[in-house]
Design a protein around this ligand. Structure first.
Ligand code: URA
Length: 293
């Protein structure tokens, strides 16, 4: 009975929100979030001081995580977002026909989400200008999730994240770390290219948040690397600069989060490469991987 009534409330809420959305209302002002002076980052970005590196050196999982984690579906509300947007509420993905947490299951659910993203028109300016959406790419069982900002011209043309000049540099960093692109899953805060490569607007990040949360829930990474301020600030709901976020670790759900400079920034400021290398060494050490000298 209790489940029936909560289902009915859930459905009524979804219908109400959908009605508002159809009526053209996409965002509601909300009171600013209170921040504690002791913890400038939001609750979703807790410093991760107690995490023990795994003993295995493998880049991807060999065992399925517990079903309770793998059956989670995308969250519908932005987690501690700095934007004051009305959460976008979608229908849950249909149940996967595969064993929860298996590679097939992850691939199936990512494909369902990819189809939703391909049809998305939440950000009208972006949807009307894009060549295609850029969902994400990589190993659905990856332990490592890399998050960038948004597709650029090359990514918009090819439908894959980080394939342009910044992507070439990211590839070099991945190789220097002893990793391969196939060890990683890569996506962005936005799945459409902002015109002129401008920074994503807060409402665009909020509109796309459901897809990012969905990818995180499906891949269920051990480690997330945020490349640049846009990725770090949006993921964790903080306004701290990337210069202050890097060199530390945070907790986002089950994942330990690292933040570092964006490869595009490195192309403009090669002197910052040494900082990124320090960040990568910290990441590799915590991940239990060999740290190159
Ligand atoms: N920059 C990003 O942040 N993401 C991409 O996919 C490409 C460039």
């Amino acid at each position: 009975m209790a489940e029936d009534s909560s289902f009915a409330i859930d459905r009524a809420l979804r219908q109400e929100l959908e009605g508002w959305r159809r009526a053209g209302l996409s965002h509601l002002p909300m009171p600013p979030r209170k921040r504690s002076a002791a913890s400038p980052a939001s609750a979703s970005a807790k410093p991760a001081t107690t995490r023990t590196p795994p003993s295995s050196n493998s880049f991807s999982r060999t065992t399925s995580p517990p079903a309770s984690r793998t059956t989670s579906r995308p969250t519908t509300a932005p987690a501690a977002s700095t934007t004051h947007a009305l959460p976008v509420v979608s229908e849950p993905l249909p149940p996967s026909p595969h064993a929860a947490g298996s590679r097939d299951d992850r691939e199936w659910r990512l494909n369902q989400l990819r189809q939703r993203v391909a049809a998305c028109t939440r950000c009208q300016e972006l949807a009307s200008a894009r060549t295609q959406t850029v969902f994400g790419v990589g190993n659905p069982e990856a332990r490592f999730l890399f998050i960038g900002e948004a597709p650029g011209a090359d990514e918009d043309a090819q439908g894959e994240p980080f394939v342009g000049a910044a992507g070439q540099l990211l590839n070099k960093i991945i190789t220097a770390c002893g990793l391969k692109r196939e060890d990683i899953y890569i996506c962005n805060i936005l799945r459409c290219r902002p015109p002129g490569n401008r920074k994503p607007l807060p409402e665009e990040a909020a509109n796309c948040r459901e897809y990012l949360d969905g990818q995180i829930a499906i891949i269920d990474p051990d480690f997330i690397v945020c490349w640049g301020a846009t990725a770090a600030q949006n993921l964790m709901g903080t306004e701290e600069s990337i210069g202050r976020l890097r060199g530390r670790t945070f907790q986002h759900g089950r994942a330990t989060v690292f933040c570092t400079y964006h490869p595009s920034y490195l192309l403009r400021n090669p002197a910052a490469k040494k900082d990124v290398w320090e960040d990568m060494k910290l990441f590799l050490k915590q991940a239990g991987l060999p740290v190159p000298a």
